[in-house]
Design a protein around this ligand. Structure first.
Ligand SMILES: Cc1ncc(COP(=O)(O)O)c(C=O)c1O
Length: 404
C-alpha cells in the first residue's frame, strides 16, 4: 500500500481566504443592492504595460515561423533577460551579480517553496510572525517542522520572529540559532520595511552564525525612501549568506503572466559545496524554464519605455496607498506600512479582534480587507488593506471606513 507524505497532515487549514470568500458571498446574497469594495487581495488590477504587450506580440510572431521558433529555454533563462536583470536590478545598485547567478523562473511563490529542496531536513527555520504563509507551509510539507500547537497555531521546531508595533515590525535576533532565515522586505503583510543598516545586521548575524538568509524582495519596486536596500546584495558579505527571490508580479503586473527569478551567488557555499550548483541541478532536473514569450515580455520591463510605464503603474498603486494611509490617519486610526509597500497594516480600533473588525467593515461599510491574524498570531488586532484596486474604489472605500 502506498503512503502519503504525512507532513501534509500537519498543515493547518488555510481558512483565511476561503472564510473571507464565504463571508463576502453570504453578505452579498443578503444585500444584493450593496456595492462591495474589495481591498483584500494582493493581486494587481492594471493591464500589462504597452511595451510589455508589444514585446509579447513580437515574440508570439517569432514562434509562428520555423526560423525564429523557440523550443525549450536554456536552463536558468535566456541570456537577454539575465543580462537585463544584472544590469538594472544589480549593477545599477552597486551589486556585482553575474548572469550565471540568476535563475529565471515562473515566479517567486514557486521558488520560495522549491528552494527548500536544496537544504537538509534537520535545518531549523526562522520566519517572521506575521508572515507570507508560503515560507512556513512549504517547510511543513517538506518535514522541517513538528506539529502545530492547536492553541497558538505555532509549529514545533520553528523559530518565530515576532514583528510588532513595539519593534517597529522589524524582527529581532532570536535566542536560538536558526539555520535558514526567511526575510521579506518590503513586507507582506505589514507593508513595513527595514533600513539598509538593520538589514546589514541580519547579514552579519547570518555570517557569524553560519545561517542562510532567503530574502524575498518581491515588493522592491515600491521602495520610495532612501536608506532602504533594494537588494540584499547591497549589504556587505550578503553574497556569502543570502539567496534573493524576485518577481515580476508586483512591479510589472505579471501575476497572471508568471515570471520571477532567484539569485544564488557563487560565493554561497556550505563547506565545499556550492549552492549555486545545487540550485542549477535542481532547476535543470525539475523545471523546464519560463516561456520564451514571457521572458521577452520580462526583458521589455527593463527597456526605457517599459521602465517608465511600469513605474507609472507602481506610482498609481502608491497613490492608492497614500489615500488609504492619509484617510485612515485623519480618521484617527493607527496605521502602518503603505509608504514603501502597497500594503497598509492597520490596528483594529477598540481592541476588536481581526475577524471582528472584518465583520464590522463588511457589514457596516461593505468593504473587504484581510484579517491580520490570518498571517500569524502576532497579526491579531491588525488588518491588511491593499492598494491594488482602482483609485476610485480605493477612495470610496476609505470614505466609507472614515464615516463609520
Ligand atoms: C512576499 C511575496 N512573495 C512572493 C509572492 C508571489 O510572487 P509570484 O507572483 O512571483 O509568485 C507574493 C505574492 O503575493 C508575496 O506577497
Amino acid at each position: 500500500m502506498f503512503q502519503i507524505n504525512e507532513n501534509y497532515l500537519k498543515l493547518q487549514g488555510s481558512y483565511l481566504f476561503s472564510t473571507i470568500a464565504s463571508k463576502v458571498a453570504a453578505y452579498s446574497a443578503a444585500n444584493p443592492q450593496k456595492d462591495i469594495l474589495r481591498l483584500g487581495i494582493g493581486d494587481v488590477t492594471l493591464p500589462l504595460a504597452p511595451a510589455v504587450i508589444d514585446a509579447m506580440k513580437n515574440a508570439v510572431e517569432e514562434m509562428a515561423h520555423p526560423e525564429t521558433f523557440r523550443g525549450y529555454a536554456p536552463d536558468g533563462g535566456y541570456e537577454f533577460l539575465r543580462r537585463a536583470i544584472c544590469e538594472h536590478d544589480y549593477r545599477s545598485r552597486g551589486a556585482d551579480i553575474g548572469t550565471d547567478e540568476i535563475f529565471v523562473s515562473d515566479g517567486a511563490k514557486s521558488d520560495s517553496g522549491n528552494i527548500g529542496d536544496i537544504f537538509g531536513m534537520q535545518n531549523r527555520i526562522a520566519v517572521c510572525d506575521p508572515v507570507y504563509p508560503v515560507y512556513l507551509d512549504t517547510n511543513v510539507m517538506g518535514g522541517r517542522t513538528g506539529l502545530a500547537d492547536p492553541l497558538t497555531g505555532r509549529y514545533e521546531g520553528v523559530i518565530y520572529l515576532p514583528c510588532t508595533e513595539e519593534n517597529g515590525f522589524v524582527p529581532q535576533f532570536p535566542s536560538e540559532r536558526p539555520d535558514i532565515i526567511y526575510l521579506c522586505f518590503p513586507n507582506n503583510p505589514t507593508g513595513m520595511t527595514i533600513s539598509k543598516s538593520e538589514l546589514q545586521k541580519w547579514v552579519d548575524y547570518a555570517l557569524n552564525s553560519g545561517s542562510v538568509i532567503i530574502y524575498d524582495a518581491a515588493y522592491e519596486a515600491y521602495i520610495r525612501e532612501d536608506g532602504i536596500a533594494h537588494t540584499i546584495y547591497e549589504c556587505e558579505g550578503a553574497k556569502k549568506c543570502a539567496i534573493e527571490l524576485r518577481s515580476f508580479s508586483k512591479n510589472a503586473g505579471f501575476t497572471g503572466t508568471r515570471l520571477g527569478f532567484t539569485v544564488v551567488p557563487k560565493q554561497l557555499m556550505c563547506g565545499d559545496v556550492s549552492l549555486n550548483d545545487l540550485w542549477a541541478r535542481r532547476q535543470s532536473t525539475k523545471f523546464n524554464g519560463a516561456p520564451y514569450i514571457v521572458q521577452r515580455a520580462g526583458e521589455a520591463v527593463y527597456s526605457e519605455e517599459g521602465r517608465r510605464q511600469t513605474r507609472e503603474q507602481v506610482d498609481y498603486y502608491m497613490r492608492n496607498a497614500a489615500c488609504i494611509l492619509d484617510g485612515l490617519k485623519a480618521a484617527g486610526y493607527t496605521v502602518y506600512g503603505g509608504v514603501n509597500a502597497p500594503y497598509i497594516w492597520l490596528k483594529t480600533p477598540g481592541q476588536m479582534t481581526s475577524w471582528e473588525f472584518f465583520d464590522h467593515l463588511l457589514e457596516r461599510a461593505a468593504v473587504v480587507g484581510t484579517p491580520g491574524s490570518g498571517f500569524g498570531p502576532a497579526g491579531e488586532h491588525f488588518f491588511r488593506l491593499t492598494a491594488f484596486g482602482s483609485y476610485e474604489n480605493t477612495k470610496a472605500a476609505v470614505e466609507r471606513i472614515c464615516s463609520l
